[in-house]
Design a protein around this ligand. Structure first.
Ligand code: GCU
Length: 667
């Protein structure tokens, strides 16, 4: 009998425990860095693990310990108090005092931190921190444990002055932060939340290599914020975050275990960087190891029926294929914005030593002109009328494509619209843009900087054009909506919208050109916008002209790992799963038909799979032929590495002489 009642009591207490999950109450006294850490994901990580986490964040932008201290002394209601309750609801209480928030819940943990740029300078913590600890101790219950939020180091390419404290060196900044956090925890008996170490670990992985911040300082809304929340979770809940199955919306699946592992390693070794060994798998360069594959037939409909004639291709199959590429790979982009408008910003009728008419044109997408393309248009000065032209995005800014002093430099005032910007010297990329050659052959050149449309790192689409087109309440592209490559392609179409109106350019004879990632964009622009009269893909490789199924050099997995912002979310499911793709890249090339198309590789550029690009071009020719066109696809290989040089341009100019001049796009 005794035994039975013991079992009953045990059962009842188990039931009660089951009905009332553990609750953790966490208050952060911080700024935008604590906002990155706790206002999303932390509650959800708990929920996925049977733990209720009530979160508070006391937020003032850029708030230092000194300011928290004087706010406490004077009871200043300067905080925005964000609270996430037990049921996950988020409320924001403006004009709140520290004392209010400290008394608002029986907090298990209250965390402090220093403003990010001083977070590696212990000498700035005192006397403010000890005062704040005394102040809080009088308000919170005895059980409350005080913690230190170790913030993270900046990206190395940011321009902010305060980075000078650390010689503009990320490693130095991290080491100083780690050391200061060790000291402060030892001295005041604080529990450490080693977010800075977790982020530094993540930067050692392929997922963190191309930045996990949105502006060089703050975590991006996906991987960065998630990794920080994982660190908070493991440090405070005392449970391993590895294997937690909270699925962060819009995050690339492969990033989740990486963030968890980096957080876990940081909690285990909080003051040193641990390389979690999560790099891309080694690339295959062995022809014998190319998987056997069957290329989908562009001339067969998805339902298995054959395309019978050119009309069926142009009217039905082409759009079927285009929409598959759109929803599964590049993402759907908006059309031409209603409020699109242009302004001639500068003009020089005697530029480039008398060779060119040069213009800088602003292309604006809405009444808000803060986001715009600065298009550089150069046409031969001695032209008798509108000329055919090459249009392409550039990597480093318009000023980098030429040494000509007339072209505007991207100045510090403009950095803010890119979030951050690496300064490239004037003419740094001129080798790739043989302007004199192009002009002397009777062609114009138009180009803009990639950051004008979307800065090229995974900032969760906070910079760039995406946000201009969100529906109400939307904060991230849907899985079938445009990534960065589709955005660049969209920008190329907007530039063409302008060129059609430029009196010096023949808008019906514009060739879209691009190298590498910008070659991927040129191909997608050519596929989606049939106004482009010719398309040039130079070393565009994976996600461009190279056959994905060959998995030679760069693969779908490696490109998604390293550049999760390039394609749409749906493309993630094809990592290591190329056979499931409903298309392959020869069909992207076929979408250009019957317009002239150049595809080029370089012998040493194995990462971009020269052979795979050649096969794609050859396969696309079959569609051109089906449509009754011969000789419209040109393929060349250059000796050497991943680049675009005058040698390549000569091929494109020759082909344009032959084809572009005779091939007009019918509007
Ligand atoms: C990386 C990337 C390629 C890309 C290239 C570039 O190597 O893996 O896909 O084409 O950068 O743009 O130069």
């Amino acid at each position: 009998m005794k035994r039975l009642s013991t079992i009953v009591i045990l059962l009842c207490s188990a039931l009660i425990a089951g009905a009332q999950p553990d609750t953790l109450r966490v208050l952060a006294v911080g700024n935008s860095f604590s906002r990155d850490a706790v206002e999303q994901n932390l509650h959800e990580l708990g929920a996925a693990d049977g733990l209720v986490i009530i979160v508070g964040n006391m937020y003032i932008p850029g708030c230092s310990l000194e300011r928290h201290y004087s706010n406490a002394v004077d009871n200043v209601p300067d905080y925005e108090y964000c609270k996430i309750s037990a049921d996950g609801r988020r409320t924001v209480r403006p004009r709140t005092e520290l004392a209010y928030a400290l008394a608002d819940e029986p907090w298990d943990f209250v965390t402090f931190q220093q403003v990010s740029h001083d977070s590696g300078r212990y000498e700035t913590f005192v006397p403010y921190l000890p005062y704040l600890l005394d102040f809080a101790r009088k308000i919170v219950p005895e059980k409350t444990k005080f913690c230190w939020h170790q913030t993270w180091a900046y990206d190395s390419d940011i321009v902010r002055d305060t980075f000078v404290i650390y010689d503009r060196d990320q490693t130095k900044m991290y080491n100083d932060i780690a050391e200061a956090s060790r000291k402060v925890c030892d001295r005041y008996g604080l529990k450490l939340i080693p977010a800075g170490t977790a982020i530094q670990n993540l930067r050692k992985t392929v997922f963190g290599r191309n930045s996990i911040t949105r502006d060089g300082y703050h975590m991006n809304n996906t991987l960065g914020r998630y990794a920080v929340a994982c660190t908070w979770y493991e440090a405070l809940a005392g449970r391993s975050v590895e294997g937690n199955d909270y699925a962060v919306p819009f995050m690339y699946d492969a990033q989740i275990p990486a963030a968890q592992k980096c957080a876990h390693l940081a909690v285990v070794r909080p003051f040193e960087v641990t390389n979690p060994g999560m790099d891309n798998p080694p690339a295959n360069y062995d022809v014998a190891k190319i998987p056997s594959y069957t290329l989908p037939d562009p001339l067969t409909f998805a339902n298995g029926k054959k395309v019978r004639n050119a009309r069926q291709w142009m009217k039905r199959r082409r759009s079927e294929l285009l929409s598959a590429f759109e929803t599964e790979m590049y993402g759907r982009a908006p059309g031409r914005p209603e409020k699109l408008h242009f302004r001639l910003l500068r003009e020089n009728k005697d530029a480039f030593g008398g060779l060119a008419v040069a213009k800088e044109v602003g292309i604006y997408f809405s009444d808000d002109e803060s986001q715009y393309i600065r298009l550089l248009v150069l046409t031969p000065r001695d032209a008798n009328g509108p000329v055919p032209a090459f249009l392409g995005v550039n990597f480093q800014g318009n000023h980098a494509i030429t040494t000509d002093e007339w072209v505007s430099m991207i100045g510090p005032d403009e950095y803010s619209r890119y979030g951050r910007y690496t300064e490239y010297p004037r003419g740094n990329n001129a080798r790739r843009w043989p302007i004199e050659l192009i002009l002397s052959r009777g062609y114009g050149v138009a180009t803009f900087y990639r950051g004008d449309i979307d800065p090229d790192w995974d900032d969760s689409f906070t910079n760039g054009v995406h946000k201009l087109f969100y529906k109400k309440g939307q904060s991230y592209p849907e899985p079938d909506e445009w990534g960065t490559i589709a955005a660049w392609a969209w920008g190329l179409s907007r530039a063409l919208d302008y060129l059609e109106n430029d009196p010096d350019v023949d808008g019906s004879k514009v060739a879209v050109i691009g190298h590498s990632r910008l070659g991927k964009a040129a191909l997608w622009a050519g596929a989606t916008d049939q106004r482009f009269a010719m398309v040039v893909s130079n070393c565009s490789g994976c996600g461009g002209a190279a056959i994905s199924r060959r998995a030679f050099g760069e693969t779908v997995r490696t490109i998604n790992n390293q550049f999760p912002h390039w394609f749409c979310g749906n493309f993630y499911k094809y990592s290591d799963n190329e056979a499931a793709l409903p298309f392959d890249q020869h069909e992207l090339l076929a979408l250009i038909a019957p317009r002239p198309l150049c595809v080029a590789s370089a012998t040493e550029d194995l990462w971009a799979d020269p052979e795979g690009q050649k096969i794609a071009a050859e396969e696309a020719v079959k569609v051109y032929r089906f449509l009754g066109y011969e000789g419209m696809v040109q393929y060349h290989t250059r000796e050497g590495g991943h680049d675009i040089v005058a040698y390549d341009w000569n091929y494109y100019l020759d082909f344009a002489d032959q084809k572009l001049s005779h091939f007009s796009v019918t509007k």
